[in-house]
Write a protein that binds this ligand. Structure first.
Ligand code: NAD
Length: 283
């Protein structure tokens, strides 16, 4: 049952239109994924260049997912640049993936909520803010859910569906149904710092980093984890996630990283695979 995710069995609601605000790393890829799964998506950002860049970046995904040019062209036509948010009023699901700042998210989401049609789902992709805190700025705080996608979106099946203390059950169900409709795995979680995945993974990665500080070799730690059955070891995982992201999540979960190798690497701009070097040097 768990492996099927947590989508409700019978729900007459069939989402087909999505609006994504924030066309950065996450927003653009969430938009592309939804389009590849058949949705029509409007993509908004304060920066028109980000929208253009974000849309162009989806070409690779469409090339992988669709064999014919006609299919790829149809997908491109379903991904619509929307600098003024005209798609909000007709969207079944609105996903916010803008900068991780509480005051800005509150302001942007309350403006969006006022334009949405009744019954549409309003979601934030926040990784570190609590749903209750963001919802506090909304006229209808019961409407907001978290839809926490993981990076890279195209490779990560899991999406945490985060239930705030005031979130209505119907909205949680619709959120989970939407995640299933885009062929991802919905996991309903509580709105606590780190939600579920980061809460479990951070102590694991952090524990490995503490062993490093005590002189253990990173290669040995990663080899042990792989031999145990993990697809990659915790130090390689940290380099994959991005050391800036790890340090941020560690801070939220109140792990002290002050003076650690993690903090030193972040300060030097060595952020892992994405910058070419972290704990390891990457080609
Ligand atoms: P990013 O910096 O790559 O993109 C953010 C985008 O939001 C930018 O294009 C920016 O122009 C735009 N923006 C900022 N303010 C705006 C506004 N008022 N209106 C419209 N657009 C605005 O950030 P990201 O890494 O994609 O993260 C976005 C969200 O997703 C954050 O809440 C973050 O916590 C969350 N998240 C990130 C990751 C990750 O690995 N990067 C993973 C899961 C969740």
């Amino acid at each position: 049952e768990l492996l099927k995710g947590q989508a409700p069995k019978k729900l007459a609601w069939r989402p087909s239109r999505v609006h994504v605000i924030g066309a950065g790393t996450m927003g653009a890829d969430i938009a592309g994924w939804c389009v590849a799964r058949g949705m029509e998506v409007t993509l908004q950002d304060v920066s028109p260049e980000q929208i253009t860049k974000g849309i162009a970046a989806q070409g690779k995904l469409f090339a992988r997912k669709f064999k014919t040019k006609a299919q790829r062209d149809a997908a491109k036509a379903r991904l619509i640049a929307d600098p003024n948010g005209e798609g909000i009023a007709r969207a079944d699901v609105v996903i916010e993936a803008i900068v991780e700042n509480l005051a800005i998210k509150q302001k942007v989401l309350s403006e969006i909520e006022a334009k949405m049609k009744p019954g549409a789902v309003l979601a934030t992709n926040t990784s570190s803010l609590l749903i209750e805190d963001i919802a506090a700025g909304l006229p209808d705080p019961g409407r907001l859910i978290g839809l926490h996608f993981f990076n890279p979106v195209a490779l990560m099946p899991l999406v945490e569906v985060v239930r705030g203390s005031q979130t209505r059950e119907e909205d949680v169900k619709r959120g989970a149904a939407f995640v299933t409709a885009i062929d991802k795995f919905p996991l309903i979680t509580k709105s606590v710092p780190g939600f579920l995945v980061n809460r479990v993974l951070t102590p694991y990665m952090f524990g490995a980093m503490v062993r490093l500080e005590h002189g253990e070799d990173k290669e040995r730690i990663d080899e042990a984890a792989r031999a145990f059955g993990m697809p990659m070891g915790p130090i390689e995982l940290a380099d994959t996630v991005g050391l800036d992201v790890c340090a941020h999540v560690a801070h939220i979960l109140k792990f002290s990283s002050e003076g650690s190798k993690l903090d030193r690497l972040v300060a030097e701009g060595k952020l892992g695979k994405k910058s070419g070097e972290g704990f390891y040097v990457w080609e």
